[in-house]
Design a binder for this molecule. Structure first.
Ligand code: BDP
Length: 712
């Protein structure tokens, strides 16, 4: 018995100390400030806490601050009933005069400021905002500054979110499987809801609030109408109640045929009076249960989902009908532009634009068109979607994919801020220079009434939330960019690394370098020079450039790369599908000519001979092959750099990432060899001298099966 006990104590103590960090705390992973003088400085300035509010959000701010400061400063920073010297004070602007402060105005209600102030002749750090949620955002911001060892002696910052609705899209099914989810099952434990509130929901809300995310679509875009029934809505309400104090609104996906499936109507025709009434009643019912319900996200007439076109109506008819049902309650409709039809004899990349452009100006004010960053589908690299900037009379939002469906899932590292920013920073030229995608979606370019951005979540019930420990940085980056798209990818990477991994300066630099090169490495070993959609059939893991002869041509790879003995690439120029002319003339001309088309998009827009000369003088064949080899080399570099960090990173995280890099390296080699061998059949040219030869023949790669890929 005693032996057993000693064994138990030894093993548990050992495992707790040796494997300290399982990643659960995300970037809220507070740690004592190590720099002694900085610590002393923080302690001097943050001796107590004054928050004169009692509502749930203010209480959360207080407890977040108290709990975090206890760890960061190893000192209790207690709440006081009056303002003391050197305290942290949280005040809403409406109360400024009460405290003798000059009034201050903010553009947005969830904006905040953090500054040194004198209040009642006492020096304090003041966090102010028009709203409690802004105070919570400001509190998290201050904690992030402390967590990254920033200077607060003269602190004076003001932040205001550029985009109003910053939303995660969960592709979670009601059976808890997650479409394209690689981090376990859905967080939403429907069976135990509504009575059982899992601590996970609270931690999810904390994490989101800490980066400004203020909306969540709980359910898959390939939706199930059941979620709109009474019993399920009670479960949704329990989540909405949990998230509300964190400033997060709940949205649901609405299946267009719900009136038939759960309403027993004969039709879902959006112009049918009974259908309209059914949705009005449904909206009333939802808002009775969840008064601040955000609205619906709809995937209609896309990949087999029902929609208004089933009844000969168009997208505006469908979206507006739902919008009118939600409008009295302040709800919105996020109507997806991800539509394409295999029966339509048109380049898939052009179809969404063709469908939606003629409808510009026909949508209700509370409809927003949700457009994926690129015109195909979340590829490692795509030019921005031509619909951005094309809808000058319609609210438009962007949809990014945080989950790595096409970028190696949760086994490959791809830090996505550079991908998100490539799209956000792209100039559409819709109203002359500096008409960036970011300015389209923040509503400033066309003076839109609502603005929003969505990220398809990479979150599941894995202990570390995102599967790959470093993939948490993508959730973080999405939130940070949704709040402020002007941040650089590197700034965000640095902040995330410090907060999450507690690396010293040189290790932080190393991790940031790894993150910063990771997405380009993936592009290089998967789809360099503008290639796209080359992945394995259906599950989308691993290479599959040979995919052909499937029920839908636009789901094959040969449709996209068009490799033959004459060359490779999709001709989207004026001699081809003319997708280029969906962009403004400046860009259309730029993309249309090989002289000006950026090489990163070359084969997206051009079909070129294998002997075509790249800018560096190489032939296209040699250049393409070298890109594939470069991608593998970059993975090797990341892997080597990571391995060297042993001892500077928590051992559990280090080991996990080390193992994942070894999978990624093998994946990269497999991608490279499979694609190079496959294209070689057409080019008829050798792999350039000096490059290692593939270990297997093409048949081998074609025969590989990936039986365990999740998320399908
Ligand atoms: C594709 C996914 C599919 C989604 C679809 C969508 O393969 O699972 O349902 O996009 O966004 O990327 O609707």
């Amino acid at each position: 018995m005693i032996k057993k006990l000693i064994f138990y104590i030894l093993t548990t103590t050992f495992s707790l100390s040796a494997f300290a960090d399982n990643g659960y705390n995300l970037w809220l992973n507070y740690k004592l400030v190590e720099d002694v003088s900085l610590l002393a400085n923080y302690r001097t300035q943050l001796q107590s806490l004054y928050i004169p509010y009692q509502n749930a959000t203010a209480k959360i701010a207080a407890s977040e601050l108290e709990n975090a400061l206890k760890i960061l400063l190893n000192e209790r920073v207690a709440e006081t009933k009056e303002i003391k010297e050197n305290s942290l004070v949280l005040l809403k602007t409406e109360d400024f005069t009460k405290y003798g402060l000059a009034s201050k105005s903010f553009e947005k209600t969830d904006a905040f400021a953090i500054e040194k102030k004198m209040i009642q002749n006492k020096p304090v750090i003041l966090i102010s905002s028009p709203s409690e949620i802004g105070l919570l955002y400001g509190s998290f911001k201050l904690l992030q500054i402390l967590g990254t060892n920033g200077d607060i002696s003269q602190i004076n910052i003001q932040e205001s979110p550029k985009i109003a609705r910053r939303i995660l899209n969960h592709w979670d099914n009601l059976d808890r499987t997650v479409e394209r989810g690689y981090a376990g099952f859905s967080l939403w434990d429907w069976q135990r809801l509504p009575k059982y509130i899992d601590q996970r929901y609270i931690d999810y809300a904390r994490a989101n609030a800490s980066i400004g995310i203020n909306g969540t679509v709980l359910t898959n875009v390939n939706s199930n109408a059941l979620i709109l029934t009474k019993e399920w809505l009670q479960k949704v309400k329990a989540l909405a109640d949990t998230f509300r104090p964190y400033g997060i609104r709940v949205y649901l996906t609405a299946r267009f045929s719900a009136p038939i499936e759960i309403g027993k109507l004969k039709t879902a025709d959006p112009l049918d009076e009974e259908v309209k009434t059914w949705w009005k009643d449904k909206a009333n019912e939802i808002y009775n249960i969840i008064p601040d319900f955000g609205g619906f996200l709809v995937k209609a007439n896309s990949e087999g989902q029902p929609g208004p076109q089933n009844y000969g109506r168009n997208h505006a008819d469908g979206a507006n009908m739902l919008a009118k049902a939600l409008a009295p309650h302040g709800g919105i409709v996020m109507w997806r532009a991800f539509v394409y039809d295999n029966e339509v004899p048109e380049d898939r990349a052009k179809q969404a634009y063709n469908e939606f452009k003629p409808l510009d100006g026909h949508f209700e004010d509370n409809v927003i068109i949700q457009v994926k960053n690129g015109a195909i589908d979340f590829q490692p690299r795509e030019p921005f979607h031509p619909l951005f900037g094309a809808l000058s009379k319609t609210n438009t939002m962007a949809e990014f994919q945080i989950t790595q469906e096409y970028l190696g899932m949760a086994t490959n590292l791809a830090y996505l801020a550079p991908l998100f920013k490539e799209c956000l920073d792209a100039d559409t030229y819709a109203k002359g220079k500096n008409s960036t995608v970011a300015r389209v979606i923040d509503g400033s370019l066309f003076n839109n009434k609502i603005s929003a951005i969505a990220g398809v979540s990479n979150i599941g019930n894995d202990i570390n939330w995102c599967g790959h420990p470093l993939a948490q940085s993508n959730w973080f980056a999405f939130g940070k960019l949704a709040w402020n798209y002007s941040l650089t990818s590197e700034q965000i990477a640095r902040e995330w690394t410090k907060l999450t991994l507690h690396t010293n300066n040189s290790a932080t630099n190393e991790v940031v370098d790894i993150l910063m090169q990771s997405r380009e490495a993936v592009v290089n070993y998967m789809t360099p020079l503008g290639l796209h959609h080359l992945m394995g059939w259906d599950h989308h893991y691993g290479p599959g450039p040979w995919i052909a002869n499937k029920p839908r041509a636009d789901w094959t790879s040969v449709y996209y790369h068009k490799a033959d003995k004459n060359g490779i690439g999709f001709n989207r120029t004026r001699t081809g599908s003319d997708a280029v002319d969906q962009y403004q003339p400046q860009l259309a001309n730029e993309f249309n000519s090989t002289k000006t088309c950026p090489e990163k998009y070359l084969l997206w827009f051009h079909h070129l001979s294998w002997d075509y000369r790249l800018k560096n003088g190489e032939t296209l064949w040699n250049g393409l092959v070298k890109k594939y080899y470069q991608g593998v080399e970059e993975v090797w570099q990341m892997q080597t750099a990571w391995n060297k960090l042993n001892g500077n990173i928590d051992p559990e995280i280090h080991l996990a990432v080390k193992q994942l890099f070894s999978i990624q390296y093998d994946d990269a080699v497999m991608w490279r060899d499979a694609c190079v061998l496959y294209f070689k059949q057409f080019s008829g040219k050798p792999i350039p001298a000096g490059l290692e030869k593939p270990k297997h023949d093409l048949k081998y790669y074609e025969s590989l099966e990936f039986k365990y890929v999740p998320g399908i």
